[in-house]
Design a protein around this ligand. Structure first.
Ligand code: SAH
Length: 254
């Protein structure tokens, strides 16, 4: 019976992987990976058979139960099985379902943590999630609803923290803005969209809650976070300064 490693692949850049993750990959006989995982990360397991079990918004995804079964089968046939997940495996990654299925089958599992998208994005922004006097709490939140859950329950929850990081939300920016506003979050509250954090294709769009839909229309198709909180006020000011300088340059040139 083999062992399964549930490994965090980080936000995208291969060198944001932990050394422990790289070691597990170098020993893997088979790697089951999400669609979000970059080729440069998979290249750390050149000897392994690759199985894409990716979930990607709006595209066909492998049913969770089928993934669970594949993991169990692989562990019965191989010494080292890596299940590679974007960011940290324990955050919005259906890790519990996989851990339970493996435990039920009596298979040894080790979880290797990773850099979650929120941390990749914060590094890119140069803007701390917490700040003395401004933000003492951070919430990782997703608007994506499970079976039987009320549709806007997430928005109520968003009031519970100073800084809110929304995962799997950028494609529904209109609903996010409406939900937050209905829950009492001011439309002028600073927000920022970060797409492809840590990758060369990274994009940063500072905005406000009210203007989220407009800003989201500028996104490409990559994974993106919506971050909301007063800590991002200075990003908006910085962007306005840059805009102002650009406008000045344009009128000087005219
Ligand atoms: N376990 C992952 C999150 C999985 S949910 C983690 O800890 O990061 C998938 C969501 O993560 C995407 O919809 C997007 O909101 C976010 N995400 C993943 N990679 C990202 C990246 N490089 N930049 C911005 N957001 C990212």
């Amino acid at each position: 019976m083999g062992k399964v490693y549930l490994v965090g692949a980080g936000p995208g850049a291969a060198d944001l992987l932990t050394l422990r993750a790289a070691r597990a990959l170098s020993q893997a006989d088979v790697v089951f990976h999400d669609a979000l995982v970059d080729e440069a990360v998979l290249a750390l397991a050149p000897q392994a058979r690759r199985v894409a079990v990716g979930k990607r918004c709006g595209q066909l995804s492998t049913a969770q139960q089928f993934i669970n079964r594949q993991l169990v089968d692989a562990a019965r046939r191989h010494a080292c099985v890596v299940r590679l997940k974007g960011g940290d495996p324990m955050l919005f990654g259906r890790a519990q379902e996989e851990l339970s299925a493996l435990a039920e089958a009596g298979i040894d599992v080790e979880v290797v943590p990773g850099v979650s998208a929120a941390f990749g994005a914060s590094a890119a922004l140069g803007c701390s999630l917490t700040r003395r006097g401004l933000s003492r709490s951070v919430m990782f939140l997703t608007p994506s609803v499970g079976k039987g859950e009320p549709e806007h329950a997430w928005a109520e929850a968003a009031r519970g923290a100073d800084t809110v990081v929304l995962y799997m939300a950028s494609r529904q920016a209109d609903a996010i803005a409406r939900g937050l506003t209905a829950a009492g979050v001011p439309g002028a509250r600073p927000a920022v969209l970060v797409e492809n954090a840590s990758l060369p294709t990274q994009r940063v769009l500072p905005t406000t809650v009210a203007r989220l839909p407009e800003a989201a229309r500028q996104l490409g198709g990559g994974p993106a976070l919506i971050l909301v909180g007063e800590v991002y006020a200075e990003l908006i000011e910085r962007a306005a300064e840059l805009d102002g300088a650009a406008a000045e340059r344009r009128s000087a040139a005219a």
